[in-house]
Design a binder for this molecule. Structure first.
Ligand code: FRU
Length: 539
């Protein structure tokens, strides 16, 4: 469906309307661009990756090479629900604007192509190289639908393919699978890194309730090293899509190993979710930090507490000079992903995020912030150092710029033992409520009135919660807003909540309320402008 851009001349009352702060009321005529779109396109994100058509789930095989970030993804090119899986492919120079390329891997007689990873085999350990180009090697799960239909349990195995043209075309290894199924029903989603410290290729592989680690000298021959996880963390579902890598603890020389572990169902707020563990790895075994041994089901080590960030993993081959750990997840939840109200395409990815590891009190925590590349597109449209609010304030009004491609930031200093509620709304009466309850030390998102919700009872049936781990008396809030998603980064990335929504019209108003008088600091609204980017930011 094509987008028709229309320019509407709107009479705007000031740049900003704040009910408790009525200065600055300048009547002026301003041209505001509104993207008029129809059909499914009203829900298509402005800057989150979506496939042009059909079904997508997990991000796969993310690698960086020669200035390009590659993203592959679980893809069914013939329908808008999950089906025989392929690897779709997209590339980007900045992880913000994406170009979708032809399908990279297709199912064959060994089965569907399930989730996995890709590495650049710089030293040609696999021998797939031609002497000049280092091969890119993809490691994925074959899911054999015939075996499944026959009621067998050994229908998932691990396989490899290589590319000598930077991921455009792939050749499957003739001796696949490289890891046969050892009679484990859920045996999938290999994530491989080059383990520099122990000079080996290292694979994390998810099985029902634990993670298996394998080592290899050449990506073809794999040896089982150890397993981890049976007795700690959330287990109300199947463990899937792991990621395992070393990270330097911020402000120290200490190196710790991080295991990112998705599971479905059993997420913090139901359905799909991603927990993590931090510890030490000696080249064979992962020993989790004592603070994360025997974690209960409802613990507080989750990458994101919102309902819509699943199967996320990190990019491989990021140059050492960059050194970032860059993460992206699937912005949906298996509870309702196949029923969301889009017909021609389904699902988006989160924005790319930079992970950091911090020692906080007696434990280690992963923090996430938006990858800085998004800043390239920022245009500041509002800034205010300090605002005194008496019970409520509308911060971006009806006539305000487009809140469906924006970053909003603010701080609440001197938190009181009460509720702080934010709301995004439109003229249709749709509103998304979210905020912080300081007496309960909990963040929340309530999608009940957010727009179209009746496609599945699980979508808005319950409020999502997140425990606050920071003890600061100032709360910092950063929101990344697209047409159909919010990504909330609280306390400088300590607690995240990502959720999707389907308003009948884009949200145009942002407001805040609490009890009595309270102060907001450092309010900033930035709009993302993709007009000058190569791909126009529209995926
Ligand atoms: C996670 C997952 C993976 C699997 C893939 C199939 O969302 O279930 O475990 O490889 O999706 O599409």
């Amino acid at each position: 469906m094509k987008k028709i851009k229309i320019i509407i001349i709107l009479s705007v009352i000031g740049m900003l309307s704040i009910s408790s702060c009525k200065n600055n009321e300048k009547q002026e005529s301003e041209a505001t661009e509104i993207d008029e779109v129809s059909g499914d396109e009203i829900f298509r994100p402005n800057f989150h990756f979506t496939p042009k058509e059909n079904w997508m789930n997990d991000p796969n095989g993310m690698f960086y090479l020669n200035g390009t970030y590659h993203l592959f993804f679980q893809y069914y090119p013939e329908g808008n629900v999950w089906g025989p899986m392929h690897w779709g492919h997209a590339t980007s120079k900045d992880m913000v604007t994406w170009e979708e390329l032809p399908i990279a891997l297709e199912p064959d007689e060994l089965g569907y192509i399930f989730s996995g990873s890709a590495v650049v085999d710089v030293d040609n350990t696999s021998g797939f190289g031609d002497g000049t180009t280092p091969p890119v090697v993809a490691i994925f799960t074959y899911h054999d639908p015939k075996g499944e239909a026959e009621g067998r349990i050994d229908y998932q195995s691990q396989a490899i393919a290589y590319s000598l043209d930077e991921g455009k075309t792939w050749t499957k290894y003739e001796a696949n699978p490289v890891i046969a199924n050892p009679d484990i029903k859920d045996f999938r989603d290999p994530k491989v890194i080059w383990d520099e410290q122990h000079q080996q290729w290292l694979m994390a592989l998810a099985t029902v309730d634990r993670n298996l680690f394998y080592g290899s000298p050449n990506l073809k021959d794999w040896e089982l090293l150890s397993e981890f996880g049976e007795s700690t963390g959330a287990h109300d579902g199947v463990w899937e899509c792991p990621d395992f890598f070393p990270m330097q603890v911020e402000n120290s020389e200490e190196i710790k190993w991080v295991l990112i572990q998705s599971l479905n169902p059993g997420g913090y707020n139901g359905g799909s979710g991603t927990q993590y563990f931090v510890g030490d790895f000696d080249g064979k075994e992962f020993k989790v930090d004592p603070s994360m041994e025997n974690l209960p089901e409802k613990h507080d080590h989750w990458i994101d507490y919102g309902k819509d960030n699943y199967a996320g993993v990190t990019w491989s081959n990021i140059p050492e000079s960059d050194g970032r750990k860059l993460f992206m997840g699937w912005m949906s939840n298996w509870l309702y992903a196949q029923e969301v109200p889009t017909e021609t395409w389904r699902s988006a990815m989160t924005i790319a995020r930079e992970l950091s590891l911090k020692k906080v009190d007696d434990t280690y925590r992963i923090f996430s912030m938006p990858a800085e590349e998004l800043d390239i597109y920022k245009e500041n449209i509002f800034q205010k150092e300090k605002l005194l609010v008496s019970s409520s304030a509308e911060i971006a009004s009806e006539a305000e710029k487009d809140l469906s491609r924006a970053e909003l930031k603010l701080k609440i200093p001197n938190l009181k033992q009460t509720n702080y509620e934010f709301s995004l709304s439109n003229s249709e009466g749709d509103n998304l409520k979210f905020g912080y309850n300081h007496s309960e030390k909990q963040f929340y998102i309530n999608r009940e009135e957010s727009g179209i919700t009746d496609f599945n009872d699980e979508f808005a049936g319950t409020v999502s919660y997140a425990p606050r781990t920071s003890t600061s008396e100032t709360l910092s809030v950063l929101m990344i807003l697209d047409r159909t998603s919010i990504e909330l980064f609280y306390d400088d990335g300590a607690t995240l909540m990502t959720e999707i929504f389907f308003p009948k019209k884009p949200y145009t108003s942002f407001s805040v309320k609490s009890e009595g008088d309270f102060e907001l600091k450092n309010i900033e609204i930035n709009q993302f402008n993709f007009e000058n980017s190569d791909t126009d930011g529209k995926n």
